[in-house]
Ligand binder design. Structure first.
Ligand SMILES: Cc1cc2nc3c(=O)[nH]c(=O)nc-3n(C[C@H](O)[C@H](O)[C@H](O)COP(=O)(O)OP(=O)(O)OC[C@H]3O[C@@H](n4cnc5c(N)ncnc54)[C@H](O)[C@@H]3O)c2cc1C
Length: 392
């Protein structure tokens, strides 16, 4: 009986876990398959900025008590918006008079560490996760669907398979017959963190520190300094460094390396920066420093593919974005809320659910990818040719 078969979810990331919360609260059975051996919280301290849409989506899913816990864990930063500094001279180059598009609820910039968000979204779902399950594809028939794993084994039969397994999703490739593409923009980032006291010179607010003096391309650091935490050295705040293509070079382009290789590159890139910014790098927590590859889905929008009622995609698996605008996770949680709502209304899998979800998702996700790509062409100097650029 299809109604009792679980919803299968590939990946235990943000989008998947929020969808799982939605199903759990509606008593719809589900199983999650995660490639990693356990939750990895190392190098996960980077903060995700939450938009009004993102917060509304999260609140629409979580029960009251869990949402309160989530909200309490969010940092709330005041200030007018993004202040930009010249990295070398230390001067402010732009300061918006009005709260900008970074602000959301209560006129504040709301942010949470990715690791904390994942931990809260996982509450009461831990027993539904199967670890060390690397999903490489699926098999579908009229009655159900099975996930296929890297070792050749298969999952139980589910009513529906949802891929929330990020930018390398094999399910996305199979479902769209290769039409869904994720481009490697060539730009690389490094995330780092340092004790909050290292940020004192900046004050409260959201900052971009920009170095345009390099001949090989610009480097920017984005950070968010919250008032309540600024003087507590036990709390670490994060920053993200982004280099134009060719500026940040991980050894062998292996961006999965974390620790001193990444920290040394940051020190080299920022060595001529103004003393007011130095503590961010001199005091960085080296073992939490991590590279990341800046990718983007097809900028013209989320491609169409023939709907397969029993398989669908959420989050970065269907719309990867550059960090410009900080909307990747916000769009991912909208997917979870929307798909979860449609499944709840239908009492679980039903024909038409994934088609309705994909139709609505394509509209807001295409706009988000386009917005993120357009800002990144200016901020990070990237350019994607949909016909010829490298894909991941
Ligand atoms: C430094 C940085 C800063 C960012 N800042 C922001 C921000 O301010 N605001 C914002 O909205 N977004 C931001 N983002 C983007 C945001 O992190 C992503 O959009 C979001 O994490 C996507 O969630 P997801 O659940 O789709 O994928 P992920 O969080 O990537 O989760 C995918 C999960 O699937 C698992 N997995 C992968 N492959 C397989 C497989 N084959 N089988 C099984 N499991 C698999 C992975 O291990 C992982 O657990 C930022 C990203 C970075 C790197």
């Amino acid at each position: 009986m299809s109604a009792t078969k679980p919803v299968l979810i590939s990946g235990a990331g943000l989008a998947s876990l929020l969808l799982a919360q939605s199903l759990r609260l509606a008593n719809i059975p589900f199983r999650i398959f995660e490639r990693d051996a356990s939750f990895v919280f190392r190098a996960q301290g980077y903060r995700l900025r939450l938009s009004t849409e993102g917060l509304d989506a999260i609140e629409s899913v979580l029960d009251k008590e869990t949402f309160q816990r989530f909200w309490d864990a969010c940092g709330k930063t005041g200030g007018a918006g993004l202040t930009t500094y010249n990295a070398v001279t230390g001067e402010i180059t732009s300061q918006p008079a009005q709260p900008g598009r970074l602000t959301s609820r209560n006129g504040m910039t709301i942010g949470i560490a990715r690791g904390d968000m994942r931990r809260i979204f996982a509450s009461n779902c831990e027993d539904h996760i199967e670890w060390n399950k690397h999903v490489t594809g699926y098999e579908v028939n009229d009655d159900g669907v099975r996930a296929v794993f890297a070792d050749g084994s298969k999952s139980v039969e589910g009513s529906l398979l949802v891929a929330g397994d990020g930018i390398y999703s094999k399910i996305a490739k199979q479902l769209s017959n290769g039409k869904l593409k994720v481009y490697d923009t060539g730009a690389r980032g490094i995330h780092g963190q340092a004790p909050s006291t290292a940020f004192r010179e900046l004050g409260e607010g959201v900052f971009m520190i920009r170095d345009q003096s390099r001949p090989d391309g610009s480097v920017s650091v984005i950070t968010n300094v919250r008032s309540g935490d600024m003087h507590n050295p036990d709390i670490e705040l994060g920053w993200t460094l982004v280099g134009q293509p060719g500026v940040v070079k991980p050894p062998n382009d292996d961006y999965t390396i974390i620790g001193s290789h990444a920290a040394d590159i940051v020190k080299e890139l920022t060595k001529s920066w103004h003393p007011r910014f130095k503590p961010l790098f001199d005091q960085m927590n080296v073992k939490e420093t991590a590279f990341w590859k800046i990718t983007c889905s097809t900028p013209s929008g989320v491609t169409e593919w023939p709907n397969q009622p029993r398989v669908t995609l959420i989050g970065d698996a269907v719309h990867s974005m550059t960090p410009a605008g900080g909307i990747g996770a916000n769009t991912a949680v909208r997917d979870s809320a929307l798909l979860g709502k449609l499944l709840r209304e239908a009492g679980g899998f039903a024909p038409g659910v994934t088609e309705a979800y994909e139709k609505e998702m394509r509209v807001y996700a295409s706009a988000a990818v386009h917005q993120s790509y357009s800002s990144a062409t200016g901020s990070f100097g990237i350019k994607i040719d949909e016909e010829s650029s490298n894909t991941v």
